[in-house]
Design a protein around this ligand. Sequence first.
Ligand code: ADP
Length: 450
Amino acid sequence: MLNYAKSGESYWVELDISPVTDSTGEIVRFIAVERDITQRRQVEEQLETALKEATRATRAKSEFLANMSHEIRTPMNAIMGFTELLLEKPMHAEHREQLELVHRSAGNLVAIINDILDYSKIEAGKLSLTNEAFDLQEVLESTIDLCGYQAKEKELPLVMNIAPAINTKVMGDKGRVNQILLNLIGNALKFTDSGTVTVNVEAESFLETTRFYISVEDTGIGIPAERLPYIMEKFEQVDNSATRQYEGTGLGLAICKRLIQLYGGELKVESEEGKGSCFSFSITLVNQHSKISVAANQDYPMLDEKLIPEVLRNKKILIAEDSYVNRLLIEKMLNDAPVELVFAEDGEQAVALYCQHVPDMVITDISMPNKDGYEATADIRTLQEQGYPWCPIIALSAHAMTEERERSFASGMNDHLSKPISKDLLIKMIFKWLSLSEENEKKQGAKFKY
Ligand code: ADP
């Protein structure tokens, strides 16, 4: 509470009020404890300002890097292109050798710039993932083919074990998935001189998504235990000496780690110096022809008002949102809709209320205390795999970025509403998913399982 002293000066107090009851349980008085928290609030405000400033500065730096990298790529393109054209012409052997060096160095520089550009885009939250249909098995095979040359040069067997009968026809950013694989397999070959490099692929299939578990194992130089915790940080390399034996920027793993995070997974490493390393990760990709991918392409223009009560009637919707104001706003927006609303104040409560009410739909905020929206979704999807009926889960997020959308899809959510939400969009979203569920119920005669 904001209070005012007699002098007119304002100060903040925290107030605890507890009832005191007699032996019959009747409240006889209240005890109030007042604490002056003005200083604490000032410190909190200062911290918040400092954090905002630091975030703004990091963002500005990343944006600058992204712009610079882009500007450098344009002239690099001319250097690469014209040296290539010149190399097609007959010339003195010594000149050819020098020009080839220019060409190779320019190629290396472009690779470095691409890495910096990717990393700064990720840092600035500007990396957008595409969502196209592709076959992961084909991507794996073409990556192995591409790395085959390097493996052959070092006489290293490059082996891929892929679990049989798994669905590899998925949706996602094929180029970025390819980039992760190329980086990890490329590193394994770079840091291994004898033995084998093995790629293992396993998968767990759900109705909507497939979770892939991929590992790249090598018998190379390994990573010293004391460096292992830092190896995925940007510009981290085991050998930082001027006489470095291996080329590279130290950005590959940092980029892979973040790309994998965008797909709801985690990059892990196990390694022993002199014995070898194993980099493993899991990513969740949406299945082709699943409800998620079909619905993502559906168009809902104008909807018939009458049809909207029909579909919404007697439906139960669980809303998980930690902000009281936003809960109130959603309640008011859905005032006229014939739906029953259940409110959860954090992710943990959302999962408990889901079990208690078994709603027809869940709309969840992303950042919440105790358990965030992704974790709550994962828990609900697990419960549904164990027998609870499937229901659509919609993300309600303050971030409108593509990666946020991708991450919500990857964690098992079906759609995404960006704040600030409008009443119109909210109702259309509810209508869209409830009618899709209904259609499926009719077709299958029962609620389909996730
Ligand atoms: P780069 O390879 O361009 O230096 P990365 O981020 O891909 O950058 O890797 C960072 C560092 O991690 C490498 O320089 C190397 O020291 C270590 N590293 C990565 N992969 C392996 C591996 N398979 N075996 C041994 N060391 C590795």
